[in-house]
Design a protein around this ligand. Structure first.
Ligand code: PMP
Length: 383
């Protein structure tokens, strides 16, 4: 099977597997225990925090470990609004956020907070001036995804952050960095980012670990209470072996970023040329595409049908994002870009990973060609 679904999850890096297994065997202590076993685990935890901080150019006290980016995004968005004491009750976000930001905002609306969801342009990119134009006197938070997980459209978060901080430094800026980290360079300081969410399993780390960068001076209301772990922002015994493994994965991802981006961009261009050969397919073409995502639609067919046909041909891909893949509903992201129903229900995403080769893209192209010729006769029948 060829796995072209690395935006959903990546294989765990062999060094990370080794680290997790070694720490699991050697350290059974609870990092909150004050005896020797606990202190050894605590040192590993704090060392991991330093490793992540160095990879991100922040202080280690600014790293909060979580169970993944879904939790990080919930904590950033709800924690900010629930923790705000200055009466600011408005959020600006986009219509193309990951569900964990989008649904958190919807939930806050049901509690009486106000949210403006800014629409993207037709190519899937949100314009900074539209975000800035939505900011009000009572705006507490602006939350923008770095790379959209469905289309791969890179959002101008540096520009948004710079303009936002010039306009009103008391508006906090959250970036969901999950799909951008390790693939694109992003300086959190230069971009004025106050809160930054990451997930380990998208870059060779274990599933179920993530982090939220909370810059010093930023106050959040904890969503999980019952302990003083993670500076009181996230109660619960930390998963030390997985955190140590995740820290290694974050470090490796940051170190390899420029070379990875270059290699993936070449493979991406090859895959894009192959998609373009098929008249039945509509390539999604963001102004700035991420190096690892190729997205297209096959209007007249359902995403699931295309996905399963490719699977029969030996290729794993995604329809929409992994988190909403089981729904047959049109894609919220494609609809926000103004695509009609036929497009919004027929999206397919290829996503590249570290080990992919030109030969594998060639095999992917062959499978795509066979899928198109198998499915073209059915196009539009069950619209
Ligand atoms: N944000 C984005 C952009 C994502 O792609 C994902 C993973 N689908 C998440 C957040 C959630 O991450 P996790 O799987 O760690 O909860």
């Amino acid at each position: 099977m060829l796995n072209f679904d690395h935006a959903a999850s990546t294989p765990v890096h062999p060094d990370v597997i080794r680290t997790i297994s070694e720490v699991t065997e050697a350290h059974s202590g609870n990092p909150s225990s004050i005896h020797r076993g606990g202190q050894a685990a605590s040192r590993l935890l704090e060392r991991s925090r330093e490793v992540c901080a160095a990879a991100l150019g922040v202080q280690s006290a600014e790293i909060v470990f979580t169970s993944g980016a879904t939790e990080s995004n919930n904590l950033a968005v709800k924690g900010m609004l629930l923790g705000r004491v200055d009466g600011r009750r408005h959020i600006v976000t986009t219509q193309i956020e990951h569900a964990s930001v989008y649904e958190s905002c919807r939930q806050l609306e049901s509690f009486g907070f106000e949210v403006t969801y800014v629409a993207p342009e037709a190519d899937g990119t949100v314009r900074p001036e539209r975000i800035l134009g939505a900011v009000r006197k009572d705006t507490a938070l602006v939350s923008v995804i770095h790379v959209n997980n469905e289309t791969g459209a890179v959002q101008p978060v540096e520009e948004i952050g710079r303009q936002l901080k010039r306009r009103d430094a008391r508006v906090r800026f959250h970036v969901d960095g999950v799909q951008g980290f390790g693939r694109l360079a992003l300086g959190l300081n230069a971009a004025g980012i106050d809160l930054y969410s990451l997930s380990a399993h998208k870059i060779g780390g274990p599933r179920g670990v993530g982090l939220l960068v909370v810059r010093s001076g930023v106050r959040l209301f904890p969503l999980i209470s019952g302990g003083t772990q993670e500076s009181g922002l996230r109660a619960g015994t930390e998963n030390v072996p997985s955190i140590v493994g995740a820290a290694k994965a974050f470090r490796l991802a940051a170190e390899g970023q420029p070379e990875r981006a270059e290699r993936m961009n070449l493979l991406r261009e090859y895959a894009v040329r192959e998609v373009r050969k098929h008249k039945a397919l509509t390539l999604t073409e963001p102004a700035h595409p991420a190096p690892h995502i190729v997205h297209f639609t096959f209007p007249g067919l359902k995403s699931q049908v295309i996905l399963h046909t490719l699977e029969e041909l030996g290729v794993l891909v995604s329809a929409q994002s992994a988190c909403s893949a089981k729904t047959e509903k049109p894609s919220r992201v494609l609809e926000a870009m103004g695509r009609d129903r036929a497009h919004a229900t027929s999206g397919i995403r290829f996503s590249l990973g570290d080990g992919h080769t030109q030969e594998e893209i060639r095999l992917l192209s062959e499978a795509l060609e066979q899928a198109v010729s198998r499915l073209a006769p059915f196009e539009g029948r069950k619209r």
